[in-house]
Design a binder for this molecule. Sequence first.
Ligand SMILES: [Zn+2]
Length: 153
Amino acid sequence: MKTKKLVLIIVTVYAALLILSLFASIVIATISGTLFRGGLINALQSLPGAAFGLLFLIAPLGALAIWINSKIQRTRCVNCGTFRAYSVTESQRIGESEISTPQPIETRNARGEVTSTTVQYIPGTRIHYRDTYTCKSCGHSYDVDRSEDVAHI
Ligand SMILES: [Zn+2]
C-alpha cells in the first residue's frame, strides 16, 4: 500500500529530525558552555533549555508535514492511487423538502445604529443534490450528497 509507505517515511524523517535536534542541542549547549565561563557543568545546565528550544522549532514543522500529507492523501484515488484524481462528473437533483430558514432582522434607531437583532423564520426549500466524483485515471467513482437552502422571499 503506497499510503502506508508514505506515512512510514514521514514518521521516520520526523523521528530523525527529533534525534538530530537533540544532538544539535547537545553540541550547541557544549559550545556555549565552553565559550561562556563554566565549561561542562554550565553546558549540562543549559542543555534542557537548548533541547526544548529546538524541539519547539521542529515540532510545528513535523505537524505541518503531517497536515500537508493528509491534504494530499485526500485527493488520491482509493483504487489506483492517482493524485488529484477526482472531479465532479455528475450533479443530480434527488429531491427537496420544505423548511424554515432563519433570517436576522435588524432594528435601527434614527441615527441608523443597530439597536437590536431578532431572528425571523422564513419558509424555504432545501434542495438535495447527489454529486458523483469520478477518477480521471481509472474511472472509480463515489457519491456525495449535499443540500442547498433557498428562502422564499
Ligand atoms: Zn483511480
